[in-house]
Design a protein around this ligand. Sequence first.
Ligand code: XMP
Length: 323
Amino acid sequence: DWTTGNVIEEQVAEIRSRVGDKRAICGLSGGVDSAVAAALVARAIGDQLTCVYVDHGLMRKGETEQVEKDFVAATGVKLVVVDAEERFLTALKGVSDPEEKRKIIGREFIRVFEQAQAEIIADEGPAVEFLVQGTLYPDVVESGGGTGTANIKSHHNVGGLPEDLEFKLIEPLRKLFKDEVRMVGQELGLPEEIVQRQPFPGPGLGIRIVGEVTKERLDLLRDADAIAREELTLAGLDRDIWQCPVVLLADVRSVGVQGDGRTYGHPIVLRPVSSEDAMTADWSRLPYEVLAKISTRITNEVADVNRVVLDVTSKPPGTIEWE
Ligand code: XMP
């Protein structure tokens, strides 16, 4: 019967015999699924696996470091980190439209990934025949179901690669649900911060800045987001909420008073939601003291932010993310 130990043993054996002495690559997104898939394949074939992480500069505070250090430390995996911040910021320059941002980020991501992969393939090692993907059972069902839900936002899935890539796929999580993937990850020794991670969109903070994405705005949002996350964790609320996007209304300003001066700064929106599957969601009734603490800290510690507002909209009619 089903145990994480059995799943791991079975997959490791199967992957080993399939891959033989060839090599595999895997794109890491910082999310749970790709991390667990990579850890599982690494357990099977060690350094015949190379992971690629594209740092688009739109990650939250500490996330890239988490992949670079914690993930590597826990798995011993061979990791190539591509610093593509400048490339993404240049491509996003002057763009405010949400769909346009999503398309640019998706496109650049694939270009960078393909370039990195071409470099890996070009070395003199054994052939790279396999691509590892963190596809879960619900992903398989959804893409095969074909009931065609309306396309509301173009989801940029970090695993999603062009069809003309000629790789054989390794998808060791194809039969698992999210909670089972978390258990497998834990059993493989991945740190709690990776295994219990809440959902985070592929386009990252790029779709949490309403307005143009710039380095300054990203840094500001990273600071505000880090405070919100820290306080939610301290209050023990991480498991109660599905996720809490923190959004910068970069094109909005309001008047405030701080110290003894007038300010004219930006609002930060807190969007804590509870949900089962992200298809529908309700706004989380967070304790007032926690909200007060987050608000006080953000306005005190983050320059240019003089107002914190709470999003009390369910989904529908609001989506979870603002863009
Ligand atoms: P929405 O905003 O559509 O979000 O209510 C539903 C869930 O999906 C996440 N999300 C994404 N995840 N790539 C992803 O991998 C994306 O482009 C993307 N857009 C939204 C969002 O955080 C929420 O959990």
